[in-house]
Design a protein around this ligand. Sequence first.
Ligand code: IPM
Ligand code: MG
Length: 361
Amino acid sequence: MTAKIAVLPGDGIGVEVVEQAVAILNKVDAKYGLKLEMEHALVGGCAYDEYKKPLPEATLKLAKEADAVLLGAVGGPKWEPLDYSVRPERALLGLRSELDLFANLRPAKVYPALVDASSLKREVVEGIDILVVRELVGGIYFGKPKGVEKLPDGAERGVNTLVYTTPEIERIARVAFDAARKRRKKVCSVDKANVLECTELWRRVVTNIHKNYLDVELSHMYVDNAAMQLVRAPKQFDVLLCDNMFGDILSDEAAMLTGSIGMLPSASLSAGKGMSETIHGSAPGIPGQDEANPSATSLSAAMVLEFTAAAGEKGRRAAREIERAVEKVLAQGYRTGDIHTPGMKLVGTKEMGRRVAEAIQ
Ligand code: IPM
Ligand code: MG
């Protein structure tokens, strides 16, 4: 059996970090016999430059037919003046919704070797291990009506709609409870049920699904309080269940607690299929300078392997191997600029990737 991977490096540092992730995947492929078939395609701003579309049909077709997608990053200042409908970010939203990747898992874990890279005190962050489960194909990101219209008096009116149906909430709640069962068995569901009716429904549906998971502890928290608790006492959280927008915001906050957005993987999943997409973006300031940290993308590739049905048990073993290799290289003191602290060995994107690949024997 082979596993087909659509490789979509995208823009900016996406190109550099995906190159390293591909080399690492080739290494575990050789070791575990995963029979990976990787095919590249354009996505984001570079696809717009070539085809006037950030998500060309051929790229979408490749992604749909693949067993997994390895995405780098999209966007950059060059494409910011473009109309919303053809912005690079649209490609990301298009892939998510066309592949129905409704569950975005964003772990925020503090690596013992990196505690001092956080902007918060050591005692606050040491031991953080949070999983943000973010709903990814619904909510205010996709709700209609949306858009900006001209009013008769010359003013403009902008609209986005926050909308969720019961089944959409149920399926993401199940993902959160299932994930919690493999962890510390705690889910905190985030909403703004004191103000927004849609999230009041969210709270009710999550409470209902919880009846099938009574071994897991469920709590609810308003999003403003959650934002505060994340910096005040982050270790209280195990799984944070969020809608699309709250998850977008809180996952950046959770990531930064660990001091290293360049370390954190993210995978977007539907049944048996996944897409890796790091949360660090295309980092417009540093592409092409061999400065980006390839770890987040490599660890995302590992997460996707783990969830790719076509890669099976071997895929799960290969995923663990990639994680171990990254930890080993950190333990040896190698650091890219984003996580560098005094006394550590500063390396570039290529060397970091090569060392991780070499750690896989
Ligand atoms: C993320 C990003 C995206 C999002 C953008 C680039 C569309 O911020 O993956 O968190 O808002 O989902
Ligand atoms: Mg974001």
